[in-house]
Design a protein around this ligand. Structure first.
Ligand code: ASP
Length: 337
């Protein structure tokens, strides 16, 4: 809960027609305690806090929700612990193919890239597609040609490689060769690690973004939910969502848009809408994962149906709040204008 000082500050801001900035992030669902070391936990917490601080600094400086989302996600893309940017998972044929999207809820402008393998920060390229092209989504070589035209310096594909992700692929390939069915193998790959961010700026604008390497052992050209507007990412004037999990299911239920639609049209709270899609609809179909949800009134929910999800938020008190497992208590701010 907000403390008394934050409550007063929020009330004063509301009277002036301003909004207390808020930033939420996730670093992926599917975290399992058994596969974590104390070093990994400490590293993840530190990275989440850094991401929150960097993104929040943008909001405090009066920048837009889109600026904060891009900045928070860039930190996590650069950290090898997360499955986005450096540290992305490998495809079946041993490559890193990255997907990302971003949406400005105040204008419904959106940008996305899929299947890029030489762009260090795919979220920044997604933003360039949104702001400097007439398109919403660009893929593969075309997206990278556009990146060069936009002044992005491409990196060697080996930049994304980490040994941990390589070993995860080797295990998946072994299971593949042993005839373990694809659905079972995907179920076993709990370490999703996609990253996402949502922000509300001082003018009350919302934005959402998501970035990922996808799923280990995915086939060449497979695109998940993260770069698909309405599936992995969505923002409008009332609501913002970023998802993480087994992407095929998120696409099939239009997860992010469905959560927002429940909030705007069915009048559900962030908690009710998030729960309905993440804890009911998706598991009922056989999928799993989580999401972060932000309402324009500052209401928040962070539902997931796995053992853990890297997650955190920062608001008026300027202190990052982060959590990993479902047993971790993460106090959320009260809804407020
Ligand atoms: N949703 C991502 C995908 O299916 C994976 C993840 O969230 O980690 O590509």
């Amino acid at each position: 809960m907000f403390d008394a000082v934050a409550d007063v500050q929020d009330g004063e801001l509301a009277l002036r027609g301003e909004h207390a900035p808020l930033l939420l992030i996730h670093g992926g669902a599917g975290v399992e305690r058994a596969s974590m070391t104390p070093q990994m936990e400490a590293g993840a917490r530190a990275a989440l806090e850094l991401s929150l601080r960097k993104g929040y600094a943008e909001l405090e400086a009066g920048k837009t929700a889109t600026d904060a989302v891009a900045s928070a996600i860039t930190v996590l893309e650069d950290d090898p612990l997360f499955n986005a940017g450096k540290g992305a998972v490998f495809t079946h044929d041993g490559k890193n193919e990255l997907d990302a999207s971003i949406m400005d809820g105040s204008t419904l402008a959106a940008g996305a890239v899929a299947g890029v393998h030489r762009v260090r920060n795919p979220i920044l390229l997604a933003r360039a597609v949104m702001e400097h092209s007439p398109h919403v989504m660009m893929v593969g070589d075309g997206a990278e040609t556009f990146a060069t035209e936009q002044g992005f310096k491409l990196v060697d594909p080996s930049y994304f490689r980490t040994d941990r992700r390589w070993q995860e692929l080797q295990k998946a390939l072994k299971d593949d060769a042993a005839g373990v069915p694809l659905t079972e193998r995907l179920m076993a790959l709990k370490h999703f690690g996609t990253v996402g961010a949502l922000a509300r700026d001082s003018e009350g604008r919302l934005a959402a973004g998501t970035s990922t390497g996808g799923m280990t052992d995915k086939r060449y050209g497979r695109v998940g939910d993260s770069p698909i507007i309405g599936a992995g990412t969505y923002a409008d004037a009332a609501c913002a969502v970023s998802g993480t999990g087994w992407g095929e299911f998120y696409i099939r239920v239009s997860a992010a848009r469905e959560i927002c639609m429940r909030m705007t049209e069915l009048n559900e709270s962030a908690e009710q809408a998030g729960k309905a899609v993440i804890n009911d609809e998706i598991p009922q179909m056989g999928g799993d994962g989580g999401a972060i949800v932000l309402g324009a009134d500052g209401s928040i929910s962070m539902p997931f149906n796995t053992e853990g999800m890297y997650r955190g938020w920062i608001g008026a008190d300027g202190v990052p709040h982060v959590a990993i497992y479902s047993s971790d208590v993460l106090d959320l701010p009260q809804p407020m204008h």
